[in-house]
Every structure is written in C-alpha cells, then in structure tokens.
Design a protein around this ligand. Structure first.
Ligand SMILES: *Cc1c(COP(=O)(O)O)cnc(C)c1O
Length: 437
C-alpha cells in the first residue's frame, strides 16, 4: 500500500516511510491511497478468528509485502497482547473496554503497534533511533511503555513539572532502561516547543537520528481499526442498526472507526462525543471549522481545541457535509453532565465509568433518545480505566475504586526523572551529552 500526504505536495510513501516519518515533508498527514475492503463473507465468519488473527488480516492489507507475514504476526502478537472485551450494560447497550493494556488507556493499542513496527525497521539499520515525545499525560506513558526495551531505540518523554497527575507521573518515570523522563520546568506548551525546535534543528536531527511518535502517525491509527472488528465480532445482536460511540479529542479513534466502516464493517453510525471543547461537534452541526484554545476539563485527554485528524475525516468524505452527517453524529457534555453521568451509570448498572466514557455515555443516550429504531446495538468505547481518575470517580461515587495490579506496581517503584529548564539550549546540550556517553 502507498500513502499520500493530505497536503498533496509530497511523493507517495511506503508503509515504512509513513511509519518512520510520521508527518510528510509538506506537513500533511499520511493516508492510504485506497481503503482495502473485506467482503460480506469475511464478516460472516469473523467469529472463527481470534482478535490477533483479525488484527493480522487487517494489517496485511496495509503493510502488504513490506514486512514478512511471520514477522508481522510477531509484531501484532507482541503489541496486541491484551483483550478488548465487550461488556453488556443492558440488552442493547454495551461497553467496549479498551483499558486492558499496560497503561490503562486505549492509546496502548496504537503506541505498542507503532513501537514494535519501528523496532522492526530500525533493527535493519546500524544507527540508533532517538524518539522525542511531549506529553500532558496519557500519550507519554503509552508511548514509553510501547518502546520500553526495544533494541536500537531510545525514548525521551518531556512532561511539565507538577502539571500531570501523580499516577501519570509514576507511569512516566518508573520505566528506566531505554526510556528517560525529562521533567521540564514549564508548561505542556513549553514541552511541545522544545520538541518542535529539536525537529527543525537539522544539525541535531542528523547527529541524533531523531524521530517523533506523534499521534498523527498512520501506524497509530491502523491498530485502532482492529478493535472495531473485534467488538463487532462479540456483539450478540448484529441484525439491527449498529452504533459506536467514541469519546473524541484529536479524532484519531473516530478516524480509525470510519476507516473500519470503509473497509466494509457494517456500522450504521458513529456518535462522536466531545467535552466542553466542542470544536468538532460544532463543525458537524454547522459545517464551519472554528479552532479554539483548549479548555481544561475532567476528561482531560479530550481537551483539544483544534483536532489534528479532521483533515483525514474531510478527505474520507470528500468534504461533503451531508455524507459526513450520514456517518457521524456529534454532540458534547460539560463537566457537570460528566459527573452526573458517572453517578447515573453506576446507579443504573453498577458499572464504574471513567470521565471520558461518561461524556460518551451522555451523548450516546442523547442520540438514542431521538434516533432509535427498535432493533439496534449501541457500543460505547471506554477509553480509559476509572482508576486513572480516582479523584473524580471516588468522590462522585463515594466509594473506593479497585486499582489494577499493573498500576499498583508502578506506584510502588522509585521515580526517576531528569529535571531541566524550558530553555532550548539546555535541552539541546543535554541530548548531545547523552549521545557522548
Ligand atoms: C486520547 C484519549 C481520548 C481522545 O482520543 P482521540 O483519538 O484523540 O480522539 C479519549 N479518551 C482517552 C482516555 C484518551 O487517552
């Protein structure tokens, strides 16, 4: 499969090039030149395949012969080594739990696959690869974990000192080995500025062989298509309309779902739920895209004022708003509605939902109240484990939340980070010093 740049001013790229570059030279995002299709027969026999087998069949359509089958299989089995169960709440509504990976959020799927695929290609080269990632929390831990112990790759995670939650900080700073946590005396924007400055510093990028693990990398979207197929496979009732509700920020998860639908997966409609950062919901309503500064909310992984994957969605529908609205409904829920919903979901189903899932549940119910046909199945993507948001969830439910073992483990380890200022010169010389050693 070849990949084109959404700015259409770069040559076509192979899967390897799209993966290793992340962003095209013209600043555009990579998209496959065509979306491969599965036939009806394939969906009828989905139950015969394990999650990992489904993942392999999908990945092969995009990777083709660039990675040998047994190697691709090893990459997938190493990356997707935890389940994505569909848990029914009632006879029509269920939750797709995407938090069973090591860092307890769906970003593990994308980050782990991308890391293992990069690890494969770098193993053929003699040079080490250095990855820089700025994080405000969740992305950093998923990426760090994905690359952990990958030979030939060093990862530097930049996070703003005192501005990530305690749990997030422990997830970032307890890995060691090829992962270094840089505690930046500044804001998330400072971290991003340092990373961006490094990438335009041609001398530095040459010396260090720098790459990014940016969320716009197509190799992070691809594995997110896998679990839509896996969820469909698990649905009890496939005879009616099928809705998937996606709590949305940068729209990567939604884009992956839309690609899965284009591949033939019979999904009637996507419900995209945003928090008080309503840019996308307003775009679907009005057809006008008005980016804004992001607002802090309780569902902070969705605090995005200018979603980076919008261009991909526009391309999928050739900029046709009517077509887009046939496939996508979008609305939002603010923090008050979010905490209300956490309580309501617990009262109704004894299910503990996290703030991101709660935004989704509220918007999904709103959609169903006006659109429902008698025969439907609605699946809500639960993007993070509630234990990652203890302060919100425990307070609202007045109840202790069980912390999963894999999270407890890192909480008891020793924090290791390198403190540096937000000055680019200091950051640059730190990286060069590390290279000397
Ligand atoms: C990143 C994230 C989101 C938003 O996903 P996008 O693909 O950026 O739309 C939602 N929930 C959680 C928990 C996340 O970490």
């Amino acid at each position: 499969m070849k990949f084109y740049s959404t700015n259409r001013n770069s040559p076509l790229a192979t899967f390897e090039e799209a993966l290793m570059k992340g962003l095209a030279d013209d600043g555009g995002l990579y998209m496959p030149v065509s979306i491969p299709k599965f036939d009806k027969d394939f969906f009828g026999r989905l139950e015969e395949h394990s999650f990992q087998e489904i993942a392999l069949l999908i990945a092969q359509k995009f990777v083709e012969d660039e990675i040998e089958e047994d190697v691709l299989k090893r990459i997938i089995n190493g990356a997707i080594n935890f389940p994505a169960p569909v848990v029914p709440l009632d006879d029509k509504i269920s939750v797709l739990e995407l938090f069973h990976g090591p860092t307890l959020a769906f970003k593990d799927f994308g980050a782990r696959f991308m890391a293992k695929a990069m690890g494969h290609f770098i193993s053929k080269e003699s040079r080490e690869l250095n990855i820089l990632v700025a994080t405000s929390g969740d992305t950093g831990s998923a990426v760090a974990n994905g690359f952990y112990n990958t030979p030939g790759i060093n990862v530097f995670i930049l996070y703003p000192k005192g501005k990530v939650s305690h749990i997030q900080e422990m997830q970032l700073t307890t890995l060691d080995g090829n992962v270094t946590a840089l505690e930046i005396d500044g804001t998330f924007d400072d971290c991003q500025r340092l990373v961006k400055s490094a990438f335009v510093d041609t001398e530095l990028t040459k010396i260090l062989n720098l790459s990014s693990a940016n969320s716009i990398n197509f190799a992070r979207l691809l594995p997110q298509t896998f679990y839509y197929f896996e969820a469909y496979k698990q649905l009890e009732n496939k005879t009616g309309e099928i809705y998937f509700c996606v709590p949305s920020g940068n729209l990567g998860n939604l884009t992956a779902g839309l690609i899965a639908k284009e591949m033939g997966l019979p999904i009637t409609k996507f419900i995209s739920a945003t928090n008080a950062n309503t840019t996308f919901a307003e775009y679907i309503r009005s057809g006008r895209f008005v980016p804004r500064d992001s607002i802090l909310t309780l569902s902070n992984a969705m605090d995005v004022g200018s979603p980076s994957n919008l261009t991909r969605i526009q391309l999928l529908y050739s900029d046709n708003m009517e077509l887009m609205r046939e496939s996508i409904y979008s609305d939002s829920a603010d923090d008050n509605l979010t905490v209300d919903t956490i309580r309501r979901v617990y009262e109704n189903y004894k299910y503990v939902i996290d703030p991101h899932g709660a935004v989704g549940y509220y918007v999904m119910k709103k959609f169903l109240s006006t659109h429902q046909t008698k025969n439907y199945s609605a699946v809500l993507l639960e993007t993070a484990h509630p234990a990652k948001f203890l302060n919100v969830v425990e307070k609202e439910l007045n109840k202790k939340i069980e912390i999963p073992e894999r999270l407890k483990n890192c909480m008891s380890k020793e924090k290791r980070s390198v403190s540096i200022s937000s000055d680019y010169k200091e950051f640059r010389s730190y990286l060069l010093d590390r290279k000397q050693k």
